[in-house]
Design a protein around this ligand. Structure first.
Ligand code: SAM
Length: 401
């Protein structure tokens, strides 16, 4: 049998042994990036209305992290060795209140945001999240349209919460699920959480009336890549769209290595070999996933069989049409997932003047000055896997995935 990972004595290593190995070589940054905000622009200039950044990218999509806590310890996101009982999560008074989140959301919507995704951490851990959803669902774009309001969850609390989320006005749902094999899934979430409970949560969401649910699978070569085809088979024709995400070098604690990334092209090949695929057009500008439809016997897309998506943030950077901003749990605005610093909007909100006009103008000026394209620059160079490169970046659990 081929084995790319051998320990002393030549024995093939288990995925857990490999994870432990990479953890022991990991350098954990001692500097807390959360406290290092960029200077805010001075608000002399009024910047309102739909915005474009330095690379002519509009602001359309806002991701809001509602908590930095999670009940899973996926090694690629919140490894147990770092996020242990001594980890200093944000204190309650540092979090944006629901009213503050809605005020900020309103200012972003005035600047062209049409889609809001609630994330975290695990967003369903935030107390009364359905109240926030109800407040956000009342917002309208300048042309009077409701927002595309969605949420990403690990699914662990979905069975209990699905009906309340739907009733509050949540339109769409993405559930993270890295495999169907219970042993693999428990190992990846690292808290021994059973896969059956997440599948029950997805079923509850469908029963509550959620349509077009997406399932996000982070693929780590050698850990869960053999689950790709079973996952595709399971969700084919179910009305649920599987999306395979390349394992990203986000944050500073996951011990990312390029050899654990399975390029999307390979993922597509594997699925295509089992269930023929045809390429589909992007459904919206700035869409992160490349879409593939399952082909029927005539070789054309069979809509009843549905589709699968791949998100190639490592091998095919998509900065060129990135229209996303991210708001951390404590109100720092990040204009790139791979940024090392954000802008402290909470200080504007809680400041003495803190007017809506000041808020709108601050956001406008930050977006207009935006020029980041981390993933594209990284693709043009050899990946920087040094500890200092990672140490500069914020964690996904804090900035919001
Ligand atoms: N707790 C929620 C969940 O599990 O979906 C929301 C937060 S989580 C940070 C959002 C998404 O980011 C999940 O789909 C997760 O799998 C993905 N993610 C986290 N770390 C990642 C990494 N290093 N590479 C690729 N995707 C990652």
């Amino acid at each position: 049998m081929h084995c790319a990972w051998r320990g002393n004595g030549g024995k093939c290593k288990t995925p857990r042994q490999r994870d432990n190995d990479s953890m022991s070589h990991r350098i954990i940054p001692v500097v807390d990036q959360r406290s290092h905000a960029l200077p805010l622009p001075t608000v002399a200039l009024a910047a309102t209305g739909v915005l474009h950044d330095m690379l002519q990218r509009p602001l359309r999509d806002l991701r809001i992290s509602v908590t930095d806590r999670c009940n899973f310890r996926c090694s690629y996101c919140m490894p147990k060795s770092v996020f242990d009982k001594d980890y200093a999560y944000l204190p309650h008074n540092a979090l944006l209140s629901f009213e503050e989140i809605v005020r900020l959301a309103q200012a972003f919507v005035a600047h062209g945001v049409q889609k809001i995704r609630l994330t975290g951490g695990e967003p369903l851990l935030r107390k009364n999240i359905e109240v926030l959803i109800e407040m956000l669902s009342a917002l309208r774009t300048p042309s009077g349209q409701p927002l595309d309001l969605t949420l990403t969850t690990n699914g662990s609390l979905l069975r209990r919460k699905a009906a309340a989320l739907k009733a509050a006005g949540l339109q769409r749902l993405t559930v993270s699920l890295d495999g169907l094999d219970d042993t693999i899934f428990r190992r990846m979430n690292d808290v021994d959480f059973p896969v059956a409970d997440v599948l029950d949560g997805i079923a509850a969401a469908q029963a509550a009336g959620f349509e077009n649910i997406k399932v996000n699978m982070v693929v780590k070569r050698g850990t869960n890549d053999h689950e790709i085809v079973p996952m595709a088979r399971h969700f084919q024709g179910s009305g649920i769209t599987l999306r395979c995400i390349e394992y990203m070098d986000v944050g500073a604690t996951n011990g990312w290595r390029m050899d654990e990334v399975m390029p999307s092209a390979e993922v597509v090949q594997r699925i295509h070999a089992a269930m023929p695929l045809v390429p589909l057009e992007a459904s919206a500008p700035g869409e992160t996933a490349q879409r593939w439809g399952y082909a029927g016997v005539d070789g054309l897309h069979d809509v009843k069989l549905g589709e699968v998506g791949v998100i190639s943030s490592v091998t095919q950077a998509f900065c060129g049409n990135c229209n996303r901003a991210r708001l951390s749990t404590e109100g720092q605005l990040y204009t790139c997932l791979f940024a090392s610093q954000g802008y402290d909007l909470r200080s504007v909100l809680r400041g003495s003047s803190g007017s809506d006009a000041e808020l709108a103008s601050t956001i406008g000026q930050i977006w207009r000055a935006r020029s980041d394209r981390y993933s594209e620059l990284r693709s043009a160079q050899a990946p920087d896997t040094s500890a200092t490169a990672g140490a500069r970046r914020v964690e996904m659990s804090y900035i919001g995935g």
